[in-house]
Design a protein around this ligand. Structure first.
Ligand code: DGL
Length: 267
């Protein structure tokens, strides 16, 4: 299929849960006339605690599902799968794939910062994907990576206001403060949901939410590839989760108001 025929196919997104909505929301504002698919793999969440083999299996099934739906591009709106599965799977499908870490590290590497912190899931941190990708383009930036194993569950289970969650967030910020970074990347798409809590302890400007530059990067790349939709009316959207649709709707409501959410077992 050539790009003229592909143009009007949907752009698909996936994440382990509501985290990818932080990217989706920005994309939808930038490109409202595109059609979209979103898959939240809530049954297998949290991805940050899974093995490479498991993550490859989940991602491959999700890519295959999007293939059956006819997608022109798939956005890996999940740092963990981008870090662990992208290299293995990137040439296996017919659509364009946008992995978050590899896409935004190029942009971050162009900055003048000398010290950057990264908060991410244990799997992302153990892979050192952020430091490797940033250093690929710029070796003058020191990168300090800290895993935050509890944070995804705080978001998915809506526990932002519980005293235990406040302690878990504060502890990680104190750990990071020792390195005195100029900026801290929220290297898991779930973490921007914690901004109200994070900014109690550090100024909001300290944090980089990669979803902003990621959405811009995707738009520019689709334009370059001549893959932007020719439609001029508001596009459609379809959301799917692999379990707990009500929980997903509720937890995700900070970033997006989802109307319909069928449960879909593909994994
Ligand atoms: N939101 C995903 C990420 O960006 C996955 C988090 C998880 O399920 O552990 O890494």
């Amino acid at each position: 299929m050539n790009n003229i025929d592909k143009k009007d196919l949907p752009i698909a997104f996936f994440d382990s849960g509501v985290g990818g909505l932080t990217v989706y929301e920005k994309m939808k504002k930038l490109l409202p006339c595109e059609d979209y698919l979103y898959f939240g793999d809530t049954k297998n969440m949290p991805y940050g605690e899974k093995t490479k083999e498991q993550l490859i299996e989940f991602a491959d099934k999700i890519f295959r599902f999007f293939e059956t739906q006819g997608s022109k591009a798939v956005v890996m709106a999940c740092n963990t799968t981008s870090a662990i599965t992208y290299e293995t799977l990137k040439n296996n499908y017919k659509f364009k794939i946008y992995p978050i870490i590899q896409s935004v590290s190029k942009v971050i590497a162009k900055s003048d910062y000398k010290k950057i912190g990264v908060f991410a899931t244990p799997a992302t941190i153990n892979s050192h994907a952020y430091s490797k990708e940033i250093h690929r383009y710029n070796n003058n930036i020191e990168v300090f990576e800290i895993a935050c194993p509890e944070w995804v569950r705080i978001v998915e289970e809506n526990k932002q206001n519980q005293p235990q969650s406040v302690i878990q967030v504060k502890e990680k910020l104190e750990e990071m403060e020792i390195f005195n970074p100029e900026k801290i990347i929220l290297g898991c798409t779930h973490y921007p949901y914690l901004m109200n809590l994070l900014k109690k302890f550090m100024p909001e400007e300290t944090f980089i939410d990669p979803s902003i530059s990621f959405a811009k990067f995707i738009k520019e790349d689709l334009a370059k590839e001549n893959l932007l939709s020719s439609k001029t009316i508001l596009g459609s959207e379809k959301f799917y989760v692999s379990s707990s649709p009500e929980n997903f709707k509720h937890a995700g409501s900070l970033f997006y108001d989802i109307k319909e959410l069928p449960e879909l077992t593909i994994l």
